[in-house]
Design a protein around this ligand. Structure first.
Ligand SMILES: Cc1ncc(COP(=O)(O)O)c(C=O)c1O
Length: 442
């Protein structure tokens, strides 16, 4: 029997995302087990980026699959106008584990929808039109979410009136030319300035990724998030925390803002909420927002067919129970220390590593042609394809390790169940692949 080429078939009939179609050469993945996936040629590949930084539990988790099958036997879908056991239990569980007084959720099928809901809820609640987001950010591909986004994926997006972009919190390349700790956290103070100049009476919210994800794993100094919380409070503006990538143990805490004891007014999440076993997202709101919508005059004017989807909710609930039962977040914190040490050793050995930064199992390795000038291999928008970072990832893949990259940074975010031996395997392959960039570093 001739072997069907599913890569060619998919390429012909299905759009590859965010890519030139003629250059897309996908690998066919057929199965997964723990931190590994297997392709159609039976290559076993260490998944060092949890696919799209979302397979937090790893692949083939039996408890989640069982929950999915059991719910499928009962009922796969109910209109969101009905209540279901999985939606009720997931909402309650999220309220128990979320920081501060976040207590009520709108349950979606992904991160972009969660951010769309966040935008709508913030506008309904504040009756104000504007949002401040940052340049190096990604919030999703749908109209509102891509308008908040500041990275090159905004190409062809028409934008949304009222979005004002703020400079990033990026100490390695400080937009203000300053150096921490003597900088006075200008990147936070400048957001205060923007709000004042725009008029606090016009700004609904400040939308941030607490650690910027695909745009370079940018970790803020410890003072940044608490100060941003104060600035929002002083100006009567909502703090909207996009934890789509950072949530559910990725950074060694259940939610990233917990590192700084900060609680947002609205928090969006997806990816790790279900470990990607099914598409799930959520927008959580604080008690004061929930109470606002309890008032008879305030309609919650938002929804979608697949809101509160019972299959998605059952899978998400089982995922969170696995995180708790198997102490997955604690493992992420513990293995995060191992990862940190090994990546710092890698930086010592390879002159093309400009900076290693991250928390828990969420790490970025930024590559440079010259450590003194910090000249990047790839600036935005990327001009060559495949660019140097893509070539490094391809080289690691030849050694059986999948590592994601975006613009000038390798993104290392393995499943949170990873062991020290698997970390060794992944870091070793990246080290080999970095010989490519080392050769071009002065
Ligand atoms: C921080 C952040 N927000 C939102 C999104 C959008 O999520 P989705 O792709 O599920 O729509 C992403 C996706 O990568 C993300 O990283």
């Amino acid at each position: 029997m001739s072997k069907v080429n599913y890569a060619e078939m998919e390429k012909k009939y299905v759009y590859g995302t965010w890519t030139y179609q003629n250059k897309w050469s996908p690998r066919v993945i057929v199965s997964g087990d723990g931190c590994y996936v297997t392709d159609a040629d039976e290559n076993r590949i260490l998944d060092f980026s949890s696919q799209l930084m979302c397979s937090n539990l790893g692949h083939g988790n039996k408890a989640v699959i069982k929950a999915m099958m059991e719910q499928a036997e009962k009922i796969c879908f109910a209109s969101p106008s009905f209540a279901t056991m999985p939606a009720a239990l997931l909402g309650k569980k999220l309220a128990e584990i979320a920081p501060g007084d976040l207590c009520k959720s709108f349950l979606t099928i992904g991160g972009a929808e969660a951010n769309e809901a966040a935008i709508k809820i913030a506008r309904m609640y504040t009756r104000k039109p504007k949002f401040i987001s940052r340049y190096r950010s990604y919030h999703g591909a749908s109209s509102g979410a891509i308008a908040l986004t500041g990275d090159p994926r905004t190409q062809y997006a028409v934008g949304m009136p009222g979005v004002v972009r703020a400079p990033d919190c990026y100490c390695y390349r400080c937009p203000f030319g300053k150096t921490y700790p003597g900088c006075g956290i200008t990147c936070a103070e400048y957001i205060d300035e923007i709000i004042k100049l725009e008029g606090p009476q016009t700004v609904a919210g400040v939308v941030i990724e607490p650690i910027v994800g695909s745009n370079g794993i940018l970790v803020p100094p410890d003072e940044y998030m608490p100060r941003l919380r104060e600035i929002c409070d002083e100006n009567g503006v909502l703090l909207i925390d996009d934890e789509v990538m950072t949530g559910f143990g990725r950074t060694g805490k259940m939610f990233c803002v917990e590192h700084w004891g900060v609680s947002p007014d609205i928090m969006s999440m997806a990816k790790g909420i279900s470990s990607a076993y099914l598409p799930v997202g959520a927008t959580m709101t604080s008690r004061k927002i929930a109470e606002f919508f309890d008032q008879p005059e305030n309609n919650f004017s938002h929804g979608q067919t697949y809101a509160n989807h019972p299959m998605c909710c059952a899978v998400s609930l089982a995922t969170i129970e696995e995180y708790e039962k198997k102490k997955i977040v604690q493992n992420a914190a513990k293995m995060g220390k191992v990862m940190e040490k090994k990546l710092n050793e890698l930086a010592e050995e390879h002159k093309s590593v400009g900076e290693v930064r991250g928390k828990g199992l969420f790490w970025g390795v930024e590559l440079v042609r010259n450590r003194d000038t910090k000249e990047p291999f790839v600036s935005r928008p990327a001009r060559a394809d495949p660019n140097m970072l893509q070539r490094v990832s391809a080289e690691a893949m030849k050694m059986g390790v999948y590592v994601n990259n975006f613009i000038n940074t390798l993104i290392i975010a393995p499943p949170l169940i990873i062991t020290e031996k698997e970390i060794d395997e992944g870091v070793r392959a990246i080290g080999e692949a970095l010989k490519l960039t080392d050769k071009e570093t002065r």
